[in-house]
Design a protein around this ligand. Structure first.
Ligand SMILES: *[C@@H]1O[C@H](CO)[C@@H](O)[C@H](O)[C@H]1NC(C)=O
Ligand SMILES: *[C@@H]1O[C@H](CO)[C@@H](O)[C@H](O)[C@H]1NC(C)=O
Ligand SMILES: *[C@@H]1O[C@H](CO)[C@@H](O)[C@H](O)[C@H]1NC(C)=O
Length: 297
């Protein structure tokens, strides 16, 4: 049940307070190619559970902590309308059952019916059992577009790069440059697509043992706490603004919009790693029929 809520719902009361305090910082910041992560992100909730460490390579890593008291979350200072967001993430190691680590795009305070969200949520597991990557896309307050994946590596052993590339034509999610999910803008035939709002990148680590692991049967083992997830190398590449005679990323032609270019790789990833796709869940939508984006036109 709760699994179908937006990732942002984990920390809603705090989000509201923090966002209200930060209303003045709502203007989109310019893209920054800075090595120091703390210049580009800010604590969102659980600030006393967030720390930054600079490694020998000069790259700054942000650690989120979860313990019995609470978890933590951060967000990018900049908000963008169409951009590619990349971030490296290393998940909670060993017994991560009950924990959820997230990367998601979300707007600032908007009425629920205007809420867009693009989610990657990593559902923890007991030692030796695999994480599940749960993805979802909300447009105008409505989600129900879940797809889940089994990762082909141990996401807690090393950093891997998770990306969302969002332009007016489509959204593509990547892992280490390999496409895992495409959502096309088919607004012309009535499929909702997020185009209106500026989205920030948020990350969070929180307890969701009522649903996350093996359907909620396995609870968080608090004797293993504190739990840590690590983020670094955050990059945003905003869509170039259109100027006369120069194509912006929204003007790209269909064949370069990602479908053809990424088609074969996408097909392979999905054949090998897809666990669940709402578009294939006939039973779930047996009354109202599959959502429009699931049906060929
Ligand atoms: C995970 O387990 C390994 C092997 O027992 C241990 O070396 C490592 O410190 C553990 N990591 C965490 C985060 O507890
Ligand atoms: C955890 O491991 C079990 C057993 O391998 C698996 O069925 C489940 O999908 C895994 N992931 C989660 C989030 O429960
Ligand atoms: C929780 O972790 C402790 C310490 O490793 C372990 O002894 C215990 O069996 C674990 N509990 C469960 C329910 O797995």
């Amino acid at each position: 049940m709760a699994a179908w809520l937006p990732a942002s719902s984990c920390c809603h009361p705090m989000t509201v307070v923090a966002a209200a305090l930060l209303l003045t910082a709502m203007v989109a910041a310019p893209p920054a190619a800075v090595a120091l992560l703390h210049d580009d992100v800010e604590p969102m909730w659980g600030a006393d559970h967030i720390s930054f460490h600079t490694g020998g390579d000069g790259v700054e890593t942000l650690a989120l902590r979860l313990d019995r008291d609470h978890g933590s979350g951060f967000r990018s200072k900049g908000a963008y309308r169409f951009a590619r967001y990349d971030i490296d993430l290393k998940l909670v190691a060993n017994d991560s059952a009950g924990t959820v680590t997230t990367v998601y795009l979300t707007p600032d305070l908007v009425p629920p019916e205007d809420h867009d969200e693009i989610d990657l949520e990593f559902l923890g597991n007991v030692t030796g059992e695999p994480y599940t990557l749960h993805t979802n896309i909300f447009v105008n307050g409505v989600g129900n577009r879940e797809q889940q994946f089994r990762l082909w590596f141990d996401p807690a052993k090393d950093f891997h790069t998770y990306s969302v590339d969002w332009n007016p034509r489509r959204i593509i999610m990547f892992i280490d440059g390999t496409p895992i999910r495409v959502y096309k803008n088919e607004a012309a035939r009535g499929v909702p697509f997020p185009t209106l709002r500026h989205l920030r990148l948020d990350g969070s680590l929180w307890n969701a043992d009522d649903w996350a692991t093996q359907g909620g049967r396995v609870k968080t083992n608090w004797t293993q706490a504190p739990f840590y997830a690590y983020y670094r190398n955050f990059h945003v590449t905003p869509c170039a603004p259109s100027s006369p005679g120069v194509a912006s990323c929204g003007d790209e032609q269909p064949d370069s919009a990602g479908f053809d270019k990424h088609g074969a790789a996408l097909h392979k990833t999905r054949a090998e790693h897809l666990l669940y796709d709402y578009c294939e869940d006939q039973n779930r939508f047996k009354n109202e029929g599959l959502p429009k984006e699931c049906t060929a036109h």
